[in-house]
Write a protein that binds this ligand. Structure first.
Ligand code: PNW
Length: 473
């Protein structure tokens, strides 16, 4: 999918949704305010050596106290859909039992503010901040966590469901399960591959139970967001193509197949035989996971390039850690850099991968509207002497990916919206505050916000639904 050079503008359907996204732990700060409980990310960030620079969830972008200003910012930019997440430990400080009224009040005020500004709220119920007491009781590898999640979802929907119509249950269960419990790069930092697979199943089960619980309360639109990723074999060899099948299996199909078809893929079950027999899957779980859905959210950053072995490959073409350690059962797979077009974070830039993913989903998993729920890039921004942030690279990144989304649309993929990641510079997980993905710059000393050039540009796009011709953006 080469990016087309366009001499004419690219026009999106008038009902195409344009939004910006954030996540609670990444922006809110105020981690002890108003009865908020401790989450696994509070615990993880307090452990030495886990996070770049020893950064923690405070102050983040101080959004808990500045939400009113941030809603006004969205409005002034012209972005009228906002994807954010609810912090479970604000709403249920210990992860079970009665709700904390002050926590619910915060999201209540935020939703009212958004609606008053003409912005549609798109909350996500889980963007990785599990209440610590639930981790102490076993975390996502424990089945009980899925049941607790459904109770929390019901509490949140009960309070906000009269005004919020579009709900997402989970953000990227692949990351939550495998970076949290297998590679240990994310909270809670465990390195237990078998437990990570149980975590993946219970995240999916939690999704299904939550979707069912909130569906009983009304007629919301319910989706889930996955970080599906195109997996490209290095070459046409049997070893490379089989490596790609395995990585695609654990990254994509292990989540898509149960959600769409109520089963785990046979080849992935076979690949995992030495790690787990999936004994944690109980009768009735898969139909629950396959509960009706209204949309699929797709987060896209980069494809992955894989080889069956590193033999004969120029070492300069390999990813630094070289192996598929993030993909359970694929430690023997070689990971390649794929392209020299990189963000400042050294992530591969490949807009064609977004088209490829959206079209593949339309073919292999037809039936649901698709929303790009995250797409964006980290570049080392600098504030100029005139007080502006001229992030030409991010603007070009977004333009090429928006164009790639349009290419998928023309090819027949049912893409209904695009949410840029992210509204504000924020706490970028293991990277702390060192990576900036925002279309709005945040000065962490003063908490001043500066709309970057990409933000002004994106606001125009959101208002008009028209992308200027190549080169003129
Ligand atoms: C996503 N990986 O995280 C999240 O949904 C966001 O919260 C985050 O800020 C954004 O992407 C940028 O990182 C990911 O290592 C983190 O494959 C890590 C990976 C993928 C997604």
């Amino acid at each position: 999918w080469p990016e087309p050079e366009t001499t004419t503008e690219t026009r999106f359907p008038t009902d195409f949704v344009w939004g910006a996204g954030t996540a609670a732990f990444q922006i809110e700060g105020s981690t002890r305010a108003d009865g908020r409980g401790v989450s696994i990310w509070d615990t993880f960030t307090a452990q030495p050596g886990r996070i770049h620079g020893g950064d923690t969830g405070d102050p983040a972008a101080d959004h808990y106290r500045r939400y009113h200003e941030d809603v006004a910012l969205l409005r002034s930019m012209g972005v009228d859909h906002y994807r954010f997440s609810l912090a479970w430990p604000r709403i249920q400080p210990t992860g079970s039992g009665p709700a904390n009224p002050a926590g619910l009040d915060f999201y209540d005020r935020l939703v009212d503010d958004l609606l008053a500004a003409g912005i549609q709220p798109w909350p996500t119920l889980y963007h990785w901040d599990l209440p610590q007491p639930l981790e102490d009781a076993g975390g996502w590898p424990a089945r009980d966590t899925a049941l607790r999640f459904a109770e929390y979802a019901a509490i949140a929907h009960q309070r906000l469901g009269d005004r919020v119509t579009a709900w997402s249950t989970m953000n990227e269960p692949w990351v939550a399960a495998f970076l949290g419990y297998a590679s240990g790069q994310h909270a809670p930092g465990r390195r237990e591959p078998a437990a990570a697979l149980a975590a993946a199943h219970h995240l999916l089960l939690g999704h299904g139970l939550a979707a069912t619980a909130i569906r009983e309360q009304g007629t919301p639109t319910i989706g889930i967001t996955l970080n599906t990723q195109p997996i490209r074999p290095n070459d046409g060899t049997v070893a490379d193509i089989d490596a790609a099948r395995r990585v695609d299996g654990i990254r994509n199909r292990f989540f898509l197949d149960p959600l769409y078809h109520g089963r785990y893929p046979d080849d992935v079950r076979a690949d995992l035989a030495g790690i787990t027999d999936l004994g944690f899957v109980r009768e009735g779980d898969l139909p629950t996971i396959a509960a009706p859905l209204d949309f699929l959210g797709v987060n896209y950053y980069s494809p992955a390039w894989v080889a069956g072995s590193a033999e004969g490959i120029d070492p300069r073409l390999l990813e630094p850690d070289g192996v598929g350690a993030d993909y359970v059962g694929c430690d023997d797979v070689t990971m390649l850099r794929g392209t020299e077009d990189r963000t400042d974070q050294d992530w591969a830039v490949d807009p064609g991968g977004l088209t490829e993913m959206l079209v593949r989903l339309a073919v292999d998993y037809p039936g649901l509207p698709l929303y790009v729920t995250e797409c964006g890039a980290s570049y080392r921004d600098e504030v100029g002497s005139d007080g502006t942030v001229r992030d030409t690279d991010r603007r070009a990144f977004l333009a090429s990916h928006v164009r790639a989304t349009h290419t998928a649309l023309r090819a027949g993929a049912p893409v209904k919206g695009f949410f840029v990641w992210t509204l504000l510079d924020n706490f970028e997980w293991a990277y702390g505050y060192s990576e900036r993905f925002g279309i709005v710059y945040v000065d962490y000393e003063t908490q001043a916000r500066i709309v970057k050039d990409s933000g002004h540009w994106y606001g125009e796009l959101a208002k008009t639904g028209v992308l200027p011709a190549t080169g003129s953006e």
